[in-house]
Design a protein around this ligand. Structure first.
Ligand code: 13P
Length: 281
């Protein structure tokens, strides 16, 4: 199957029956586990890595692995840079052949976020890649960044941002945060619906780990087209490794490799079944 652009995987604006899962990976085993899940459930996915995690897996090393995994998968897969913060990393992802990049300018004032995002859109579109950006602020921290508070996206700002930047996907802040929740969030579905009614740009939900099945379904029914899951795959893989150690103190290196593949595959399948129940073979 071809490597595709994430925009090819999104439902049409008015089709609120499913969302595409975007799963963060940090090594070959995780990428392989995600691909196995996609094939088993015959469900397309987005493989992504966040700039804040590159300390553990440099993009010039892991990027080609992600692209190779996508190209050998029997269902369509997009390869995406998550939370790109620097032009240097975005340019590297594009030169490797990533089919989309996120520029996260949410820490900047609106006009500066627009200006910087437009620069990335120009750069990426010239190379045939798609761009996701963020308006408002998702809480918590993805990778090595400092944790921040949620700033719920304003409808007017989302509209202005989408019109002026021409981004292909827009991450909105509706109460979610990256990482595990200490208190279950109350999602602003009302705000999501208002944004969905105001703009046609596909909407993205970050901070998927720990949301309930009802939360996911509510978000999809109200316009979310892409859902990001990171921590749940890391946690499930770590849990599998601990199980291997507990069951066998003499466990070998490759037992741990298998645990990561299996831990990621299991978590990706669990979420795919919620995000896209119609699609499963
Ligand atoms: P979680 O780690 O909460 O699943 O968030 C993932 C995410 O939004 C990646 O950008």
């Amino acid at each position: 199957m071809p490597l595709v652009k994430m925009t090819e995987l999104f439902a049409a604006h008015d089709d609120t029956s499913f969302a595409v899962g975007a799963f963060n990976v940090s090594n070959m085993e995780m990428a392989w586990g995600a691909i196995q899940a996609a094939e088993e459930l015959q469900t397309p996915l987005i493989l992504q890595i966040a700039e804040g995690r590159l300390r553990y897996s440099p993009l010039d090393l892991l990027g080609p692995v992600m692209l190779a995994a996508a190209k050998r998968c029997k269902v369509p897969v997009a390869v995406h840079l998550d939370h790109g913060g620097t032009l240097e990393t975005i340019k590297l992802a594009l030169s490797l052949g990533f089919t989309s990049v996120m520029f996260d300018g949410s820490k900047y004032p609106l006009e500066e976020n627009i200006r910087r995002t437009k620069e990335v859109v120009e750069l990426a579109h010239a190379q045939g890649a798609a761009v996701e950006a963020e308006i408002g602020r998702v809480g918590g921290a993805e990778g090595d960044y400092k944790s921040v508070d949620v700033l719920v996206t304003s409808v007017d700002e989302a509209k202005k941002f989408a019109e002026e930047t021409g981004v292909d996907a827009l991450a909105v802040a509706i109460g979610t945060a990256h990482g595990n929740y200490t208190v279950q969030p109350k999602l602003r579905i009302d705000r999501l619906k208002e944004i969905f009614d105001a703009i046609k740009t596909p909407l993205v939900l970050h901070g998927g780990t720990g949301l309930t099945e009802d939360d996911f379904k509510n978000c999809i029914a109200n316009g979310i087209k892409k859902i990001n899951i990171a921590t749940a795959s890391y946690d499930n893989s770590a849990r599998k490794i601990r199980e291997v150690c507990a069951a066998n103190p003499n466990a070998k290196f490759f037992d741990f490799s298998d645990a990561i593949v299996c831990g990621t595959c299991e978590n990706v399948k669990r979420h795919m079944k919620i995000f896209n129940p119609e699609r499963q073979a």
